[in-house]
Structures are given as C-alpha cells and as structure tokens.
Design a protein around this ligand. Structure first.
Ligand code: LRH
Ligand code: MN
Ligand code: MN
Length: 400
C-alpha cells in the first residue's frame, strides 16, 4: 500500500446521525428495537461504539429538539469523554401542528417567524457545541396546484435562509438540503440541487448544498451533480444512505454500491484538482450518514454503513488517474470506463483489514461488535422502548 493511500484512509471521516440510533419506522409501523437508544446520551454512547470499532466516525449529528438538552457544553464534554464530538446541528421545523402549511415558506407570517427563531436558536447551539455545520432540511411545499403562490414561497425561503446565514458563526456554514418530494406531493420548495444552489449563490459564501442520496428522481446521475457542485465550490456535504424507490433511508451502499463508488471517484478526482476552489471544496465536504430504518439492529446497521463508505472510498483511491486521463484524452470510451471498473472490482477488504490492524483496531469491526456483547448489554440496560410511528414521527427517536 502506498503512503498516499494509507494517509488518505487515515484522514477519512464519516459522521453518524443521532436519529439513526433510536427507534424509527415507516408511515405504517415503528418496530421497537431492543436496546435502541432512548436519550441523546445513549445515542452518543452508540455513536462512540461505532467510532471505537471503525476509527473513522468521530462525530455525531444532533437533531433539535429531538436531542435538546439544557447544557450543550456539558453534552459536548460527555461526548468527548465517550470518544466522539458533536457534529452538525439539524433543526426541526416540520413537526409542529402549526407547520401544516410549511415553516419558513408558510403563508402565515407568525409560523415563518417561529421557524426562523428555531433556526436561529440552532445557530446559538452550534456556537455552544463548536459545530461547523447547520444542516437544513425543510418539509415545506404544497399538495395542490394553486394552493399557494410558488414565487412568493421562493421569496420567503430566500429571506429566511439569508437571515440565518447572516447569523452564522465566523467559520460556520449552512448546508441546504433539497428533496424531490415528500411530505409535499405537488411542489416542494427546495425541490432539487439547482434550487438549493440558486439560493446559496444569492445568500452568501457560507451557504452550501447538501446532497442526500435518497432525494432524487429515479435514474438521476448524482455523481454528476456532485462534480458540478464541487467545481462551482458549493458542495457542502452529504447525507449518505441507500434507496430503491424513494427516500428509503437504508444502509449506505446496499443497493447502490457502484453509485457510491462513482461519487467517491468524483471527490477523489476533485481533491487532486489543480483548481484551488475545487480542491478546497472537496477538502471541506461534510460526510454524514442519514439513515434510519426500522427492522435492523441500530449499531450494527450504522457500522455497516460506515464500512461501506470506507470500501467505496478505498476503491476510488485506487483509480489509476494517469491512465484514466490518457484514455479520456484519446477518446478511448471503454478503456476509460475499464480504468474505473478495475478499481471498483478490486477487493479492498484485505487492504482495509491491514489498515485497521496497523491502527490497533479489530480487522473485522462487525464480528468484533457481535462478539463484544454490546448489543445484549444495551438491550438489557435500556430494554425495549416504544416510540415513533406514523410518517411525521418517522424519525422520532424519543420514547413515548
Ligand atoms: C427527511 C429527512 C431528511 C433530513 C432528515 C433529518 O427527508 O430524511 O433527509 O435530512 O429527514
Ligand atoms: Mn437527509
Ligand atoms: Mn430524507
């Protein structure tokens, strides 16, 4: 293994989501998982377990108010003691009854103000947790043609984003997430990367686009969106997951391993770019998982996602960039494609085992987790909490 490859693997980071450790479900049913985290402290404990086993998941994203506490510096200290940091802060402006017509885009000015105040409160939390990123996802949209004025809603979104942007800490960023549809089924206010990008451009330098792999129409070439945003200096981060039909939030790389590889290939290429903006953008990308489903054991599922990201990245690092450029310049269509395929088809598992051993980690984190008794221990300590159920609470990780 070359020193470059080794140090790139060493520097890889994947943030895990607090909401992936608690009970969650579909709009039909939330199955209570034995040992699922019931509090933000237990979610942090689980994230720390993933970090201990993988060594590349050193931070956990919070969702407010699901993870609300009185004392954020104390929460940060607790996290550090467990071996992780608090990562991105995700405001929640989609669960109050008042948000029936939207949050920052609502026709009701009082609701818009309530939503903006919550976003600003989350900026204040960022300052206490030392978080760089505020991740913004809005459920805003309409269900019927004519329900609301689409241009007016766009203006309301712009005004809200601008106010929040201007309140960000000096090195803070806002990551603007888009989604094709759901829960709105006629029009979603931030419906695709272009809409998010257009807002970011007008708002300011701290506004960047967040790409969630589950938020596109079938067949959309996500790696091309990634390439475009990297080149424009506006790719802020990812929510990695897998989907087959819509926003399924399944374990990363399970149904889309080649897509995941191609995304990492774009990132690796951009990190080697001679263009400063592209390179710096690639270096600042926030890699986060947004996964939350209902039947799999939580910690093992998260481990699987992190390891799938690691494999995809390792394969992308193996791409022979010189041969690729040569084949591209020569118009060698299949030769160029085969350079990618050669890397993709390489079994990187032995190499990653070697890398883990060199860092004092168990070469097989899943087997180590299964053998550790962690799952049995938390199942015994935490029991089987009921919670969630129904779409609006899809990601409700709190027990009731
Ligand atoms: C809803 C969603 C979105 C957010 C997450 C918290 O679609 O899955 O991706 O990032 O909830
Ligand atoms: Mn997401
Ligand atoms: Mn989603």
């Amino acid at each position: 293994m070359t020193p470059d490859l080794w140090s790139a693997l060493q520097a890889q980071r994947i943030e895990t989501p607090s909401w992936g450790y608690g009970n969650s479900g579909t709009r039909f049913k939330t199955f209570a998982a034995p040992g699922a985290a019931r509090t933000v402290y237990e979610k942090i404990d689980d994230a720390a377990e993933v970090q201990r086993l993988t060594g590349i998941a050193p931070s956990v994203a919070l969702h407010i108010p699901w993870d609300e506490v009185e004392d954020y510096p104390a929460l940060g200290a607790y996290a550090r003691k467990q071996g992780v940091e608090i990562g991105a802060i995700n405001p929640n402006v989609f669960q109050d009854d008042g948000y029936r017509l939207g949050s920052v885009c609502s026709p009701d000015e009082a609701m818009r103000e309530q939503a903006i105040v919550h976003l600003l409160d989350c900026v204040a939390i960022m300052k206490q947790t030392g978080s760089r990123d505020l991740s913004l996802w809005f459920a805003d949209g309409t269900n019927y043609a004519g329900q609301d004025d689409l241009r007016a809603r766009k203006h309301r979104m712009r005004a809200a984003l601008k106010r929040v942007h201007d309140a960000l800490p000096e090195n803070g960023r806002m990551l603007v997430e888009y989604k094709l549809f759901e829960p709105a089924f006629y029009a979603t206010d931030l419906f695709d990367w272009g809409a998010a990008y257009a807002h970011c451009l007008k708002i300011g330098d701290k506004a960047q686009v967040l790409v969630d792999l589950g938020h596109h129409a079938q067949g959309v070439n996500i790696e091309q969106i990634v390439a475009f945003l990297l080149d424009e200096g506006r790719l802020g981060g990812f929510h990695f997951n897998a989907r087959r039909y819509a926003d399924d939030d399944l374990i990363v790389g399970t149904s889309n391993p080649f897509e995941l590889f191609c995304i990492y290939a774009e990132l690796v290429g951009a990190a080697k770019s001679t263009d400063d903006l592209t390179r710096q953008t690639a270096e600042s990308v926030a890699y986060m998982i947004d996964q939350s489903h209902n039947i799999e054991p939580k910690v093992e599922a998260m481990l699987q996602s992190v390891l799938n990201c690691q494999e995809a990245y390792a394969k992308a690092l193996l791409i022979d960039q010189d041969s690729l450029k040569e084949a591209q310049a020569a118009g060698d269509v299949l030769g160029a494609h085969r350079v990618l395929q050669d890397a993709y088809k390489t079994d990187v598992r032995p190499l990653l085992m070697e890398w883990r051993e060199s860092r004092g980690l168990n070469p097989d984190p899943i087997a180590a987790h299964r053998a550790s008794g962690y799952q049995q221990k938390v199942a015994q300590e935490r029991g089987t909490a009921q919670g969630g159920g129904g779409y609006p609470e899809k990601k409700t990780a709190q027990p009731v």
